[in-house]
Design a protein around this ligand. Structure first.
Ligand code: C5P
Length: 221
């Protein structure tokens, strides 16, 4: 096995949550910490890849040698990823992208109206970054992530087909957001494989190194 199995390869990774503004002080977001994506970026760099990391709002240090682009909203993440996706060999979408955003952004802080009537927010659907990259002709090898509360393998395989991906990675650990350890389920069109093989939780860097080794094997085929 080569010490640097991704030497000469370019990896693009999304990580963290997105933040969808409602007004200047409020927004919709989620509990993704970005730890898994940052660990994959570090592991890919260790494996010799040239790594670009597009990060939503997180509190994490940039892994050494990794090029990082910070964004806030799903649309900003989409606009940062799409123009450079085709110049990469692999795209790993770990970001927990908000599915919806407020349909309009209030320029001023929304105030209570004094009549005890709560505002109702209309939502618009965000672009699916991973599906867009997977649809690029001659685009990178795409790896998706799936966080599900039930029927992980079934939902993961549905997502694989819907987004036309060669590989999707399910989070086996419950409540994985923000934790330091996890276990993964690798699902492709034919096979399902747990990582680690016994499904026990290990720290995210160990897991990231194993996942990167697996991606390198698949890309080399
Ligand atoms: O459709 P769902 O959000 O369950 O799919 C999860 C996968 O798709 C993750 O890899 C996530 O990073 C990616 N995704 C994306 N853009 C979206 C929604 C999800 O890239 N708008």
């Amino acid at each position: 096995l080569a010490a640097k199995p991704l030497a000469g390869r370019r990896l693009l990774i999304t990580a963290g949550p997105t933040f969808e503004a409602i007004d200047p002080v409020r927004g919709i977001t989620n509990l993704s910490s970005g730890k898994m994506g940052f660990a994959i970026a570090r592991a890919a760099r260790e494996a010799g890849a040239e790594v670009t990391l597009v990060a939503g709002p997180v509190h994490l240090d940039t892994p050494r040698g990794v090029r990082r682009i910070d964004v806030r909203s799903a649309r900003q993440m989409h606009d940062a990823v799409l123009p450079q996706a085709a110049a990469h060999d692999v795209f790993v979408a770990t970001a927990a992208v908000a599915d919806w955003r407020p349909a309009s952004l209030s320029a001023q802080k929304i105030k209570k109206d004094g009549k005890k009537i709560a505002p109702i927010f209309e939502l618009s659907e965000n672009p699916d970054i991973l599906a867009a990259v997977a649809a690029l002709p001659g685009g990178p090898y795409c790896v998706g992530f799936a966080a599900e509360s039930e029927k992980l393998e079934q939902h993961a395989r549905e997502k694989l087909r819907r987004k036309k991906l060669p590989l999707i990675v399910g989070n086996l650990g419950p409540a994985t957001f923000g934790r330091d350890d996890n276990a993964l389920l690798l699902v492709d069109a034919q096979t399902t494989q747990a990582l680690p093989a016994d499904g026990s939780a290990v720290d995210k860097l160990t897991l990231a190194r194993e996942l990167v080794a697996e991606i390198a094997r698949r890309v080399a085929q």
